[in-house]
Design a protein around this ligand. Structure first.
Ligand code: MN
Ligand code: MN
Length: 471
């Protein structure tokens, strides 16, 4: 049952270069996609170059085998299809992943000043260890929608010349009481306020005497920040009401280790599975069954909302696709979904030797041993888990072995230590075969997460084998 370390297959310099080249592309994707919107923008550009057309723009044309179409929803969720030779009623081969990641979201009334420091108040998004997010350079990404309907896009803190932002922590000299607290309480959620300024607005004599000037002088540092927001970005304080601003670690993904074998970067849960999934879609040739890739938002907060997997967006798009192929009926849509096969990809917890007691080693994902399959996730007696069918896993084993793809199987930690959910159970509601799979990640949900380059590469190979191999 011992699984092979995938680097053993990389026996030539050319193969090693290929793994590196793929990792570089992935790191670029991480650098340019720190929010779900930025990911969708990038992916649309990439797949349009590769011949994909927006489904809503095909007009009266009937789709046929080989055609490639995509649809997006609210700029945060995307689904792409490559039409196969077989009728759609026979089902799709679906890759699914999510493109939202844990972060801090700016509140609707966020800006305040306290003792000469200006702050943006936040509410964290997804499961984080709050103490990991202090004293790091942070960036602000997102959109501000103004009342006239125009949108200001922000990404501040990524260029070398950009300012960054940060959250303070108490110095150790005064931290004795804090250090006695439980880790969950060391930094409280309401204390995750972003420091954004320290300089009072400078007003000339005349300006000081106006009503506005007098008001500005009362909270001079906050006023200074508002002045910059107005002048540089054309944003007013009330515009925060209709904004989605995400606070994320500033800086680029980096190669890690003397051997450069790993990638340290923000948002790898689950952009690592998203990148490998859509890149796999671009590498397949003609397919028998229609290939599909779903990249959704809101997984980290329960797949809710119009852009989460629980939304009818996907089902509606399949109906639209079948209509465009000339085979739509209510029954045909049901059959198509029920007959589909899916790899629900999300990151898996890599076995961490420093925290070995959280894992059961025989059934843990090992960094460098290839794509991970979780028959079940869940917690406390598999509760909430998808628990894939043995028959389906049998098919997948054969497909991967035939394509010489390295894979491993794992659980999320020891029994009763914890657990977690994915989007798998939502697609399984249609009756289709679904299994959880994905790339192993060290320090998942931390500001900087780590993956192995070879696992990233092997995931893409597995996805290609799946799309081509399930007939
Ligand atoms: Mn995830
Ligand atoms: Mn997650």
């Amino acid at each position: 049952m011992e699984r092979k370390n995938c680097w053993e297959d990389i026996t030539t310099r050319a193969k090693e270069k290929e793994v590196d080249r793929f990792a570089k592309g992935y790191m670029e994707f991480l650098n340019n996609g720190k929010t779900e919107r930025e990911c969708v923008d990038q992916i649309v550009n990439r797949i349009e170059e590769a011949g994909y057309t927006e489904l809503s723009k095909i007009g009266k044309k009937k789709l046929k085998a080989g055609d490639k179409v995509y649809a997006t929803w609210m700029n945060k969720t995307l689904v792409m299809f490559q039409i196969g030779k077989k009728p759609l009623q026979e089902g799709l081969n679906i890759l699914g992943a999510h493109i939202d990641s844990p972060r801090l979201d700016v509140k609707q009334n966020p800006l305040y000043e306290d003792n000469g420091i200006a702050y943006l108040d936040t509410h964290y998004y997804g499961g984080i260890k709050k103490y990991q997010w202090v004293t790091l350079p942070l960036a602000i990404h997102g959109v501000v929608v103004k009342k006239d309907g125009t949108t200001v896009e922000l990404a501040i803190g990524e260029d070398e010349d950009d300012p960054v932002f940060f959250i303070s922590d108490l110095l150790p000299h005064l931290g004795a009481e804090q250090m006695d607290k439980k880790a969950a309480k060391v930094i409280e959620g309401e204390a995750l306020d972003l420091i954004v300024g320290n300089k009072p607005i400078i007003l000339d004599k005349k300006a000081k005497e106006t009503e506005e000037g007098k008001k500005a002088a009362k909270e001079a540092v906050k006023s200074g920040v508002l002045d910059i927001l107005k002048n540089q970005y054309d944003i007013e304080e009330e515009d925060f009401i209709s904004a989605e601003l995400e606070i994320v670690p500033a800086g680029k993904a980096r190669e890690a280790g003397f051997d450069r074998s790993m990638i340290l970067g923000y948002g790898q849960d689950d952009r690592v599975c998203a990148y490998t999934s859509y890149e796999a879609m671009l590498e397949i040739g003609a397919v028998d069954r229609t290939a599909c890739c779903i990249l959704v938002d809101k997984e980290e907060i329960g797949s809710v909302g119009a852009t989460g997997m629980q939304s009818k967006f996907f089902e509606n798009t399949v109906a639209e696709l079948m209509d465009a192929c000339g085979c739509y009926s209510e029954l045909a849509v049901r059959k198509c979904l029920a007959n589909s096969y899916m790899l629900s990809s999300d990151v898996s917890a890599a076995f961490d030797p420093s925290y070995a007691s959280a894992f059961e080693k025989k059934n843990a994902a090992i960094l460098g041993k290839g794509i991970v399959f979780n028959k079940f996730t869940g917690a406390r007696g598999k509760s909430g888990s998808n628990d894939a069918n043995a028959e389906y896993i049998g098919i997948i084993r054969k497909v991967l072995d035939d394509a010489k793809v390295n894979f491993q199987t794992a659980e999320l930690g020891k029994v009763d230590v914890g657990g977690g959910g994915t989007i798998a159970y939502i697609l399984a509601l249609y009756g289709m075969n679904v299994i959880d799979s994905g790339v192993a990640v060290l320090n998942m949900h931390a500001p900087w997460e780590a993956t192995s380059k070879i696992d990233v590469y092997e995931a893409k190979r597995a996805y290609i084998a799946f799309l081509n191999g399930i007939k």
